[in-house]
Design a protein around this ligand. Structure first.
Ligand SMILES: [Zn+2]
Length: 232
């Protein structure tokens, strides 16, 4: 199993690793800082030695680094470098997504039913959600207030039983709908605001996210509204 260094420290932009398997166009490593495409977040880009990493995917529990050209052999020592500017945008966007989802859950009672995090704009789907102009303004104001308050964002792992017993009722469903087989849950907590199960990479403080601009909303069917946003 590859050690997922990005889960312990999302600010790690470089590291050494060793190749444990090498196939035609991908390699598997003993540890990695590359986040694989999952949970609405796109995979990191970067290099392994001087070879371009095209995409990183999780397939059957394995983290596969797909390369522009693969000349690596099993047991090779390699140096990994992610495109940090891009990753940092993903981190800010992903933390922004948790903030918006929390605000809309608390203020409008709507749940997040889809998301796609990208570097320039991201989108989120909510249901049941038919916001007025005023509500969108209020969401923006609340978001920017939470950014200005510089709330710490922490990451930890907790047992399923403990989190279900202690989390506030509005959030319990986020955890209870995870497969029963998951006994230990990785939680992203925004202090005094939100707890959410997530495997993604996040910033340490809401201040790093920056202010939001809701570009537009789209009707995506009965009671589903898509919200498209960017960060300043
Ligand atoms: Zn997340």
């Amino acid at each position: 199993m590859t050690i997922l260094l990005y889960q312990e420290d999302s600010y790690l932009a470089e590291t050494d690793a060793r190749v444990v398997d090498s196939e035609e166009n991908y390699i598997i490593l003993d540890k990695t800082i590359f986040y694989p495409t999952s949970g609405g977040q796109i995979s990191d880009k970067g290099t392994i030695n001087d070879v371009v990493v095209l995409e990183v995917k999780k397939e059957l529990g394995q983290i596969k680094h797909f390369l522009q050209e693969n000349h690596f052999k099993k047991r090779d020592a390699v140096h990994l470098k992610i495109n940090w500017d891009l990753r940092y945008k993903y981190m800010r966007m992903h933390s922004a997504q948790h903030l918006i989802s929390a605000i809309i859950l608390d203020k409008c009672g709507a749940e997040t039913c889809g998301n796609q995090i990208s570097d320039e704009t991201s989108r989120l789907d909510f249901t049941p959600f038919n916001p007025t102009e005023q509500q969108l303004k209020d969401i923006t104001l609340e978001f920017n207030k939470l950014v200005n308050e510089k709330l710490p964002i922490t990451v930890y792992t907790i047992s399923r039983d403990e989190v279900l017993a202690t989390v506030n009722p509005a959030r319990r469903k986020l955890f209870s709908r995870l497969p029963e087989s998951i006994k230990e849950i990785r939680v992203i907590e925004v202090q005094d605001l939100d707890k959410c199960p997530c495997g993604g990479t996040h910033v340490k403080n809401t201040e790093e996210i920056g202010h939001i601009n809701i570009i537009k909303t789209q009707n995506k069917g009965k009671d589903v509204t898509r919200l498209i946003f960017e960060l300043e």
